[in-house]
Write a protein of this length. Structure first.
Length: 159
């Protein structure tokens, strides 16, 4: 079974988890990036993010050169923005057909994951969405142990 990690990361936390998973699962990897980068202070982005999430905003993304028909398993990683996945992940899911794929979502957050995994399931209704991995951070400090992440990766390996 061929797998790929598709992730968005604003501050680097989700990127570091995506890289950890890649090293341990031997999967391909692809980063989602917005055409217009987020700028301003962290608080500015938190405020802008709230407006975007509330409005269901879907930012334009840089083109992704991935043929998803080559993959059976897709791991989707996003930071939690206002209790759901980030707008960039929303764009990706809206514009990419992942029907028939097995999806493993993971989300980094500061402790308030909200309805993120429910929203992944809703956005991927024609896919087989598996139990997600919640990775907690305190700013840039990872609170969820690598061992716990490894356990989740093991379930994918057995798939
Ligand atoms: C716009 C915005 C909204 C956020 N909303 C939440 C939230 O609802 N719940 C939470 O636990 N953390 C929230 N956070 C914190 C991030 O989820 C957390 O720092 C995450 O690990 C950042 O990942 P990244 O470094 O890959 O961007 C928010 C951060 C930003 C910038």
């Amino acid at each position: 079974m061929k797998s790929i990690i598709v992730y968005y990361s604003y501050g680097g936390n989700t990127r570091s988890i995506a890289e950890f998973i890649r090293e341990n699962l031997n999967a391909d990897i692809c980063e989602i990036q917005t055409v217009i980068p987020y700028t301003g202070s962290y608080n500015d982005i938190v405020t802008q993010g709230r407006q975007e999430v509330d409005n269901g905003f879907m930012p334009d993304l840089k083109p992704i050169a991935v043929d998803f028909s080559q993959y059976d398993i897709i791991l989707l990683g996003s930071p939690v923005w206002w209790y759901t996945f980030a707008p960039a992940m929303n764009s990706f899911l809206h514009h990419t057909d992942l029907s028939g794929k097995t999806i493993y979502p993971f989300a980094t957050n500061g402790g308030w994951i909200g309805h993120t995994f429910k929203d992944f399931a809703k956005a991927c209704q024609n896919s087989n969405v598996k139990t997600g991995l919640n990775v907690r951070f305190n700013e840039a400090n990872q609170l969820t142990s690598n061992k716990e992440i490894q356990k989740w990766i093991d379930t994918i390996r057995k798939d």
